[in-house]
Design a protein around this ligand. Structure first.
Ligand SMILES: Cc1cc2nc3c(=O)[nH]c(=O)nc-3n(C[C@H](O)[C@H](O)[C@H](O)COP(=O)(O)O)c2cc1C
Length: 179
C-alpha cells in the first residue's frame, strides 16, 4: 500500500475534477491518499513524511502554469525530489494527439525544460472548453486559440476533451513509480 498526495491548482474547477478522479482511483486500488489544492497546502502546511508518492497537476492559463503552483513545487523541490513524483498538465491544445504528450505539448515541454523542480514523470491531459463559465475576455482569448487550432468558437460551447479512462490509467501508472 502506498501513501499518496494528489496536489493541484485549478482556475475554473476542471483540473480539480481530474485530480479528484486520480485520488479516487488511487484509493480504489487499495492505497491511502490525500487530495489538496496548492492554495490549501500552502496555507495549512503538509506533513510530507506521510507520503511516498506525490502527483501534482495544473492547467495552462494564458500559456503558463499558475505562479502559485510553480512557487509551491519549487519551494518544496528537495522534498519532492526525494519521493516518487509525477506532474500532469491540462490544456485545450492537448485535445489533438500530437499535443497531448510532454514533448509535443509546448507548455509542458517548456515547463520541464525551465522549471527548477524537475518532475520524474509527466503526462498531458486535454482540458475543457467552458465558454458560459468564463468571463468575456477569457472567452475572447480562448476563442482566438480555438480559431487558430480549428476548435469550437461558439460562445455557448461546453466541450470536455478529457479522456477520463486515461485519467484512471495515469493514476494506476503513477502507483508504479519509484523514488
Ligand atoms: C483564462 C484562460 C486561459 C487559458 N489559456 C490557455 C492556453 O494558453 N492554452 C491552452 O491550451 N488552454 C488554455 N486554457 C484552457 C484551460 O487550460 C482548460 O480550460 C482547462 O481545462 C482549465 O482547467 P481549470 O478549470 O482547472 O482551470 C485557458 C483557459 C482559461 C479559462
Amino acid at each position: 500500500m502506498k501513501s499518496v498526495l494528489v496536489l493541484y491548482y485549478s482556475h475554473g474547477g476542471h483540473t480539480a475534477r481530474i485530480a479528484r478522479r486520480i485520488w479516487e482511483t488511487v484509493i480504489a486500488e487499495g492505497n491511502q491518499a490525500d487530495l489538496m489544492s496548492v492554495v490549501e497546502a500552502d496555507r495549512e502546511g503538509i506533513d510530507w513524511n506521510k507520503y511516498d508518492l506525490v502527483i501534482a497537476g495544473a492547467p495552462v492559463i494564458y500559456g503558463k502554469f499558475h505562479k502559485s503552483f510553480r512557487a509551491f513545487v519549487n519551494k518544496f523541490k528537495s522534498v519532492l525530489d526525494a519521493k516518487a513524483n509525477s506532474f500532469f498538465s491540462v490544456s485545450v491544445v492537448a485535445r489533438t494527439p500530437a499535443k497531448c504528450t510532454p514533448e509535443g505539448n509546448v507548455y509542458t515541454r517548456k515547463f520541464l525544460e525551465t522549471n527548477p523542480w524537475k518532475p520524474k514523470d509527466a503526462h498531458c491531459f486535454a482540458g475543457k472548453v467552458d465558454y458560459p463559465n468564463w468571463n468575456w475576455y477569457e472567452t475572447a482569448a480562448i476563442q482566438m486559440i480555438m480559431k487558430m487550432t480549428k476548435g469550437p468558437t461558439d460562445a455557448t460551447a461546453i466541450v470536455d476533451y478529457t479522456d477520463w479512462e486515461d485519467v484512471k490509467a495515469y493514476a494506476r501508472h503513477c502507483l508504479t513509480l519509484n523514488a
